[in-house]
Design a protein around this ligand. Structure first.
Ligand code: PRP
Ligand code: URA
Length: 209
């Protein structure tokens, strides 16, 4: 079974509380998502492998460590996942970015795919799949399924807020995919929204409602 990592860093918790507030407008919402994404990227990449190299400081030659050069790809689920890309890219600027377009049908709550463009060598990369909301888990589970069909086998899911139902669904469908979240909420309401959640992440990010 995969591991669920819940980040309880006070800065993340504080910023997430500001995002939840319905009076927070799109500009501040975007800025906060960007800042939290950066903090989450810092934690998610904690176990990246290092290698020893020899360098010369102004004082002497010395051995030190640098990233081994493991290839990463950031893959946002459109639309709301776009709000997490800049934060991740500011810490791992060499990563490639893929996109998976999915929306959740409001009646059936089933994910509908409309776009998929991944780096040509996606199967060799560690994939950081990003989407602020893990609600029923349908969208994330389908996106992981697409990635696996393309040969990707090293996938981590990073979400801002998850419901227990969403986590359970992804763990059941994809027991090999670790999940990283900033907040684990209580449950889903009858419309499939996370409670207490933050509402519709895409609409709040892009001001479409
Ligand atoms: C939201 C969110 C997730 C999905 C989560 O996207 O960004 O992708 O819902 O719900 P689920 O876990 O029940 O599948 P939405 O479908 O609203 O599309 P948008 O990002 O384009 O607004
Ligand atoms: N999508 C969202 O944007 N918010 C939710 O609470 C559930 C799905």
């Amino acid at each position: 079974m995969s591991t669920v990592h819940v980040f309880d860093h006070p800065l993340i918790t504080h910023k997430l509380s500001l995002m939840r507030d319905k009076n927070t407008g799109p500009k501040e919402f975007r800025e906060l998502l960007n800042e939290i994404s950066m903090l989450m990227a810092y934690e998610v990449t904690r176990d990246l492998p290092l290698e020893e190299v020899e360098i010369e400081t102004p004082i002497c030659r010395t051995m030190t460590k640098v990233l081994q050069g493991k290839k990463l790809a950031i893959v946002p689920i459109l639309r709301a996942g776009l709000g997490m890309v800049d934060g991740f890219m500011s810490l791992v600027p060499a990563a490639k970015v893929g996109h998976i377009g999915l929306y959740r049908d409001p009646e059936t709550l089933q994910p509908v795919e409309y776009y998929c463009k991944l780096p040509s060598d996606a199967e060799e990369r560690e994939i950081l799949l990003v989407d602020p909301m893990l609600a029923t888990g349908g969208s994330s589970s389908a996106a992981i399924g697409f990635l696996k069909k393309r040969g990707c086998h090293n996938i981590r899911l990073v979400s801002l807020i998850a419901s227990p139902e969403g986590v359970e669904r992804v763990q059941k469908d994809h027991p090999d995919v670790d999940i990283f979240v900033a907040g684990m909420d209580s449950h889903l309401n009858e419309h499939g929204y996370i409670v207490p959640g933050l509402g519709d992440a895409g609409d709040r990010l892009f001001g479409t409602k």
